[in-house]
Design a protein around this ligand. Structure first.
Ligand code: GAF
Length: 393
């Protein structure tokens, strides 16, 4: 759904909205699973977004209609409880954080929905958490600064939803910049925007349309394995606080103590951090070939060492390998399903979409969805004017 449709739905259900907000999903160029290891990530906000229409209702109750799920949930601000509708916990968890930080919120009505495919690994959940906090911040003039919105969104997911995610998705949903990617140091939260200029190439996402049930539990397990790795390494190198501080030679001689699985997880993170830094330099120089090689190296690591890929994602990447018009590709996000990101020559795009779709359908009997995306701005207010066709500027 588009912004004007969300605004219309609000009018139909609740009357005139006071405010319209957009909150983008994201891609991640490179730097996977590094965020919760205090490392580097290189995401971009995209022109797939969730829209919020909101208005105060002069009560202590919030009524929220999700156009993604076609359901309404109401809750009492003085008695927040987890909902049995999982989508609602992203909203309730976000309000919970705002109140816990001492900000005064009153009752409001909200309709939200948009065009981020759910479960595709494009961070629809971060867009919902951050978009909602951004909306109440505007509606009640709370004065929450953008990085605080990011942290509250992440905490909502950690505490209310129960996914121990890092900060990347929320950070980019709030701090994204049109036509730019963002390199984030997840330890200091220092960041730089990089113009995302790919020359003759474009970004094509292939949604595997699978979402394996392992995703959440394996995500939390990977985080625990990294923590275990750091504990062992720190006993030998007290200066190490996170995997960000580790160099490969330190790891090698600890292999027997770490065990093969934890060693592989740590090795992947150390190398992935290095790849992020290299990739930023390569994109600045217009070295798409070098950048593409790093994407493939990232995928191999995610698949063979970090073990968060799956048959379907490996197939989609395997399909691209002998195609000279694809500079690089890899699975994107938490893993076990969702999208791959592909850097494809513009002139080959249509043929790529057709051939990869056919091959995937033939192999798995599933139709992939393909999206071409552009880097967009982070959360922002939209004008209430009648014509809401373009966003993300
Ligand atoms: C998910 C998480 F939400 C992020 O924090 C990040 O860890 C990502 O998986 C993997 O890089 O999107």
């Amino acid at each position: 759904m588009e912004a004007f449709e969300i605004r219309q739905l609000f009018k139909d259900i609740y009357g005139q909205p006071e405010l319209l907000v957009r909150a983008p999903g994201r891609i991640n160029l490179i730097g996977e699973h590094t965020d919760y290891n205090s490392g580097y990530v290189f995401p971009a906000a995209i022109n797939k977004e969730t829209y919020f229409a909101v208005a105060k209702n002069e009560s202590r109750t919030c009524s929220i209609y999700s156009a993604y799920f076609k359901e309404t949930v109401s809750f009492d601000l003085d008695n927040l409880q987890a909902s049995d509708k999982s989508w609602a916990n992203y909203i309730i968890g976000a309000i919970d954080q705002v109140q816990k930080k001492g900000y005064q919120v009153q009752g409001f009505n909200c309709v939200f929905g948009g065009n981020i495919p759910i479960g595709a690994g494009l961070s629809s959940s971060a867009s919902v958490e951050c978009g909602l906090i951004f909306s109440v911040n505007e509606l009640f003039v709370l004065g929450i600064d953008p990085v605080e919105i990011v942290k509250m969104g992440q905490k909502a997911e950690n505490e209310f939803v129960g996914v121990q995610c890092g900060i990347m998705d929320q950070f980019i949903s709030v701090m994204g910049k049109k036509d730019h990617a963002l390199r984030l140091d997840c330890r200091s939260l220092e960041y730089d925007h990089f113009p995302l200029k790919l020359g003759d190439y474009c970004i094509v996402l292939c949604n595997s349309n699978v979402s394996h049930s392992l995703a959440t539990s394996a995500y939390n397990t990977r985080k625990e394995e990294c923590i275990r790795g750091v504990q062992i390494i720190k006993a030998h190198y007290p200066e190490v606080d996170t995997l960000r501080d580790v160099k490969l030679p330190m790891l090698r001689h600890l292999l027997p103590e770490l065990g093969e699985d934890v060693y592989n997880r740590c090795k992947f993170i150390v190398e992935e951090n290095e790849r992020v830094l290299q990739s930023c330099g390569q994109l600045q120089k217009g070295d798409i070939t070098g950048f593409g090689k790093n994407l493939y190296a990232s995928h191999y690591g995610l698949s063979l060492e970090y073990k968060v890929s799956c048959l379907e994602l490996d197939f989609l990447i395997g399909f691209t390998i002998d195609k000279p018009q694809v500079a690089g590709a890899r699975m994107m996000g938490g893993g076990f399903g969702g999208c791959t990101i592909n850097i494809v020559e513009k002139s080959y795009k249509e043929e790529f979409i057709q051939t990869i779709s056919e091959a995937y359908r033939k192999r798995f009997d599933i139709s992939p969805e393909i999206y071409e995306v552009e880097p967009a701005a982070g959360c922002s207010k939209l004008s209430m004017a009648a014509n809401l066709s373009t966003t993300g500027s």
